[in-house]
Design a protein around this ligand. Structure first.
Ligand SMILES: NC(=O)c1ccc[n+]([C@@H]2O[C@H](COP(=O)([O-])OP(=O)(O)OC[C@H]3O[C@@H](n4cnc5c(N)ncnc54)[C@H](OP(=O)(O)O)[C@@H]3O)[C@@H](O)[C@H]2O)c1
Length: 345
């Protein structure tokens, strides 16, 4: 349970960061920057736990030095205990909220599922940027959160924190989602844009890696896995249809040459890696693959790191969310917004 600041009776929440890479570091910087806005909402917080594969499980229930954490520095000025496992860590840190931002395992969602389960069982809210737990354990974790009176939230998992899940949950009650299509993977979109500008596939991939968009091992993006996992997350949560990754027809962009991509654009129908979902009776037909889109289609204009999703519902025939040039701060914002939702009841 959160302590209260004696002078103001504002509750101070203990935050535990699991994974301390791009996303959770950006989150710490954002928590620091948005402290006045949080205080206006009667929310104070401190980081009491940080854990990664290499660092182990570090906890200090009195709070860690947020300025050095914001600089990405853990060990220099911190004092902490080392816990043996996730449960001991959450206990030593007196965790109120777990921010789970470890690497995605698209095929099992582990060990993130076990970590989120542990947090919820110990009555902490669980907030994740990791798509794996949604695709592989959404129903279980949602039910567990409800049973414990806590929140399991994941706005940062798709489109970097743009409000999608919260839009449907909070602002579109009783709307029936018939299907959607979109461009949900920025690495492939950057590569296709660079190929249109004259690079071949390998050069375009290298450029995407140089600007920090593509992973060192970019096969998850290139082969369409990342987009397929996002499709599975949206279908599972927004359409209420559990879907396995092998039920999504998937093709990557590895078969496209610079010549083919440039010819398509010159002919007025550029290639995009398009995600498509349509309801079919009780289920859905879902696919990810390269498609040529006419310039009359708004998706054809979404270039570089930008992304878009276009929903078809029973009330709104077309409702689109476009996100232009997101950065890691937007992902961190998705987690911050979830934190405010979770502790605001
Ligand atoms: N970057 C983005 O803009 C973005 C956007 C949306 C969603 N996401 C998702 O957010 C998550 C984090 O992304 P990121 O860019 O921050 O990744 P990252 O920079 O690679 O950092 C991953 C962190 O997770 C830790 N980690 C990995 N496996 C672990 C395990 N089994 N136990 C404990 N710690 C573990 C790593 O620790 P070690 O270094 O010690 O191994 C590292 O600190 C991913 O699931 C990603 O798909 C990222």
């Amino acid at each position: 349970m959160a302590d209260s600041r004696e002078e103001s009776l504002i509750p101070t929440y203990n935050l535990c960061l699991l994974g301390f890479g791009n996303v959770n570091r950006a989150l710490v910087r954002l928590l620091q920057r948005k402290e006045p806005e949080l205080l206006q909402r009667d929310i104070a917080c401190r980081v009491t736990g940080v854990a990664t594969r290499r660092l182990g499980w570090l906890a200090n229930a009195s709070g860690m030095d947020i300025s050095s954490l914001a600089g990405g520095n853990i060990s220099a000025t911190q004092s902490f205990n080392r816990a043996a496992n996730v449960r001991e860590w959450l206990g030593e840190a007196h965790a109120d909220v777990l921010f789970e931002a470890t690497s995605l395992d698209p095929h099992t969602g582990q060990p993130a599922i076990d970590h989120i389960r542990a947090a919820l069982e110990m009555a902490a809210h669980a907030i994740t940027a990791n798509k794996g737990p949604i695709v592989h354990a959404y129903d279980e974790l949602r039910s567990l959160a409800a049973a414990k009176g806590r929140r399991f939230l994941f706005e940062a998992t798709v489109m970097d924190g743009a409000p999608i899940f919260s839009l449907f949950r909070d602002s579109l009650p009783a709307v029936y989602l018939r299907g959607f299509r979109g461009i949900l993977n920025s690495t492939t979109n950057v590569i296709l844009s660079s190929m249109e500008e004259g690079l071949d596939f390998k050069e375009a991939l290298r450029k995407a890696q140089e600007i920090g968009v593509a992973e060192t091992d970019p096969s998850h993006d290139i082969d369409g896995w990342d987009a397929a996992v996002k499709v599975a997350a949206l279908v599972t949560v927004l359409m209420g249809v559990p879907i396995r990754l092998d039920q999504i027809k998937r093709e990557g962009i590895g078969g496209l040459t610079g010549e083919v991509v440039r010819a398509a654009r010159a002919a007025g129908k550029p290639y995009k890696l398009v995600c498509r979902v349509q309801r079919t009776g009780q289920g859905v037909a879902a696919s990810v693959g390269p498609e040529q889109l006419p310039f009359s289609d708004p998706l054809a204009w979404v270039a570089g790191t930008s992304s878009v999703v276009y929903f078809e519902t029973d009330i709104f025939p077309g409702l689109a969310i476009t996100e232009t040039n997101p950065g890691v701060e937007t992902t961190a914002y998705g987690m911050l917004a979830d934190f405010i939702r979770a502790v605001s009841g």
